[in-house]
Ligand binder design. Sequence first.
Ligand code: NAG
Length: 405
Amino acid sequence: MLTNGNILRLYVCLVFLYLHTSFARGYLLEYDKAIIEDAQLKTHELIRKYGLKAEVHKVYTKDGFVLTAHRIPRPGGQPVLLLHGLEDSSATWVMMGPEQGLGYLLFERGYDVWMLNSRGNTYSRKHLRLHPFMSQFWDFSFHEVGIYDLTASIDYVLGKTNFKKLHYIGHSQGTTSFLALGSDRPAYMKKIKAMHALAPPAFFDNLGSPIAKALAPYARSIYTLLKIIGIHEIPVESEVWRRLIYQICSFAFRNTCTFLFFFVNGGNEAQLNVTMTPIIAAHAPAGSSAKSIAHYAQLYHSGGFYKYNYDTPGENRRRHGTFKAPEYNLTNVDCKMALYYAKNDLVVAVKDVQRLRSILPNVVHDELIAYEKFSHVDFVWAIDARSLLYESLLDVMQRVDNGEL
Ligand SMILES: *[C@@H]1O[C@H](CO)[C@@H](O)[C@H](O)[C@H]1NC(C)=O
């Protein structure tokens, strides 16, 4: 069918083909074979390549999504559930290799590691009734990830492991979803040993990213326009887009790409291992709904932490039971919480995390990364993430396990 969405997909395909043929071959040799291979492997294949067992689990949510969770199994070990940020995937926890990836470090310390993929990304594009071609498939933001994906995954992991509680580690949207879960389904907080929040976005009064601030006023119009022309996911058709980004970033315009990457994310060149660019470019962006981004834009405008505000009061009433979008009740998120944030994070500002901390009832650890230039993506990809962040995180987990925190 020649819908607008399909025409755009076709266009993206053609651009991809053009770039592929004209640039790729000439640059391919620049990179180490192992790096190119890692760029093409899926999360579980990466883990197996580096000598560990990896399992692939299917988690069924109450509203019909079929999610993929990757596990580095350690039967009998304390389970830890990890959730990536927006446009990211489970690969983020292992793609920097066995020396740096948090997934590996957790396994080494004796944890049973479960890495979830939230709805809509490369690994979680299945639904019992809906197809990604359908707009209903993409009718979600961090809220549904929290209410459906997290409840299902927490129950699944506890059921498989026979544990009563798990550790939870979220990066960016992986923490926003958790906050939505805790606010709306406080009973689940009893199942959490501790929540470790890496760069938690809830408030945006001090948003730093110039590009996000410039686009935010138009977010609603852009979202409406996209819906009209039939685009509900960003990037469109993630597999094609992933390859396109991969080609551009890895082979053709490396400097431009690095520049854009830093411009959007507020990254920091010193902590990005440029040798690994093809791996990052191949695994991210992993795809999500346009509504996810629209919901964040709403938070920026609202000045608070609110549920999604629909176009009409009637729709709000149908979805939320109230004419106005309600505010999340963060005081319900009463599990043990450890917060990690950074000064050079252009998405999650220090002041906004401090506001979050002042509301959360059970913060047991609060850490500003001791490195001025640490950025939003450095929490998962920084060269020195291990020494600057993970060692401390592992220490906090151990202290929780020993009953010291
Ligand atoms: C960057 O990645 C390459 C390939 O994995 C590795 O050999 C190198 O040591 C890394 N550089 C730094 C500074 O960590």
